[in-house]
Design a protein around this ligand. Structure first.
Ligand code: HAX
Length: 439
């Protein structure tokens, strides 16, 4: 398996030199200006981070190393021509920057299978948390608990030279990604299947094994989870989970700490937890309207009530996108192909027809179109994964692929500790109005 690591190092070390050269030779070059609105609206649009794994365009959607989702679904290796790409292939692409061959993908798959052993103390930690806790609490605690395995941490303590940090980070990242399906499935079986756990099947691919260990040993769920793991894997560097992972990494924290930080961010309702909020909101709508086939007028009324109550319509809007999220469209196409007459899927499609004009009419929501979370829950639910409190954990397993690939790159580039400046509100007032008075 060393050849994947060597190939990564050969390709990426050229970029390390470029990172340092650009910093040294062009450090003074101005690349943008920062407005007060950008800072006060959550640093939107400020070019502040290096992220090679993917880039988000407001009017086109996500591209992974230059490839959009339809291109990836065509080009990345699959187990069968009818199937979905293997997430291992996307990881390779994000890490190395090239579309892999099937052999490369199978090598990563086998490598992860050999690294997938989860330490007993992690299961003990999961078992010790009361079942009333949220699945994301179990997930982040389990990730943190595995930090005892960090080879980076040990190497750092032993005084290894900084030019080798990336190598230990690579090992930690591969180990961590390899263990996540087992951890997620263990939490799922503990919470919803009375601790009847299913041991991993080392002959299966990473996502296929996740489906298997959750108790879904069928082609359909495996195909869905492969797609799910690909479309949720990365969304450039500035989203909360990616940025938190990167930020903590800049302090040379180990991969487990960094990823746990990303996951606590993903667990927020404006980010990955929105995939649970969507289903919660749909069921609430069905209960309130006393029908699972509401008319367009009923849907419109429910959306308006949600807005009037000062709540967000989950699954709609985005901090960057200004179109229907291509990740929504991919799932919609998947449903069109494989799902017939599912009331939840039909409802999601009907909301897509009704919601955007209402959200647009508020005059303040910048993107009235659906994001990835608007569809994912209905698909999981259709295939029998009905415990929607668990959905953000699945998102988290997938998100590991992008943010941790970038973390290896960060360590290879030797990115310095992140430290933007902060100012009191009165400073901004003075910048804007020339006075601090009243603040
Ligand atoms: N429903 C109601 N109000 C919304 C809204 C929605 N779906 N989307 C935005 N708004 C509101 C904002 O709350 C904000 O209101 P205030 O001025 O009163 O604070 C206003 O419209 C302007 O917001 P914006 O500039 O359009 O959007 P932001 O960049 O501030 O926020 C969010 C982007 C995704 C957080 C936002 O659209 C939202 O809350 N959506 C619903 C939750 C959701 O689906 N989150 C998942 C996003 C995708 C993701 O990260 N997945 O993991």
């Amino acid at each position: 398996m060393e050849y994947i690591k060597n190939r990564f190092f050969q390709r990426a070390s050229r970029c390390t030199a470029e990172y340092q050269r650009i910093r040294k030779e062009y450090g003074d070059k101005v690349i943008g200006q920062v407005t007060i609105d950008q800072v006060l609206s959550g640093q939107k649009g400020i070019p502040a981070l290096v992220c090679d794994t993917s880039k988000l365009d407001a009017n086109e959607g996500i591209r992974f190393r230059g490839f959009n989702l339809p291109e990836l679904r065509e080009k990345l290796p699959k187990l069968t021509t009818e199937g979905e790409p293997l997430p291992e292939g996307l990881f390779y692409l994000m890490l190395i920057g090239e579309i892999p061959e099937m052999d490369d993908v199978m090598n990563i798959s086998r490598d992860w299978a050999t690294r997938s052993h989860v330490p007993q103390h992690t299961f003990d930690v999961i078992d010790a948390i009361p079942k009333v806790a949220r699945p994301m609490t179990f997930f982040t605690a389990a990730i943190i608990s595995m930090a005892s395995e960090s080879v980076f941490q040990k190497a750092y303590r032993a005084g290894v030279h900084k030019k080798f940090y990336w190598d230990f980070m690579y090992e930690d990242v591969m180990n961590l990604i390899a263990k996540l399906p087992r951890v997620a499935a263990y939490i799922y079986r503990r919470l919803y299947h009375n601790d009847h756990h299913i041991e991993p099947n080392p002959t299966l691919d990473w996502a296929g094994n996740l489906a298997y260990m959750m108790g879904f040993d069928n082609l359909e769920v495996k195909r869905l989870l492969r797609l799910y793991m690909v479309i949720h894997a990365d969304h450039e560097g500035g989203n909360v989970s990616a940025h938190a992972t990167h930020l903590v990494g800049s302090a040379l924290s180990n991969a487990y700490y960094c990823f746990a930080a990303g996951m606590t961010g993903l667990a927020g309702p404006l980010h990955g937890f929105a995939n649970q909020e969507v289903i919660h909101w749909l069921f609430e709508m069905i209960e309130n309207l006393e029908t699972d086939e509401p008319s367009d007028e009923q849907i419109a009324g429910y959306i308006e009530k949600t807005l009037k109550d000062g709540r967000v319509v989950p699954g709609y809007g985005h901090a960057v996108l200004r179109i229907t999220d291509p990740r929504f469209t991919v799932q919609q196409e998947f449903a069109e192909k494989y799902v017939k007459n599912d009331s939840l899927v039909n409802l999601v499609n009907n909301i897509y027809r009704v919601a955007p004009p209402i959200l647009e009419a508020t005059g303040k929501i910048k993107n009235p179109w659906p994001n990835v979370d608007a569809f994912s829950g209905a698909l999981l639910h259709h295939y029998g994964i009905t415990e929607y409190n668990f959905y953000t954990v699945l998102f988290g397993v997938s998100r590991a692929l992008g943010v941790l690939a970038q973390l290896i790159l960060d360590r290879l580039y030797n990115v310095p500790i992140e430290r933007p400046s902060s100012f009191p509100l009165s400073w901004f007032k003075e910048k804007a109005e020339g006075t601090k008075e009243g603040c």
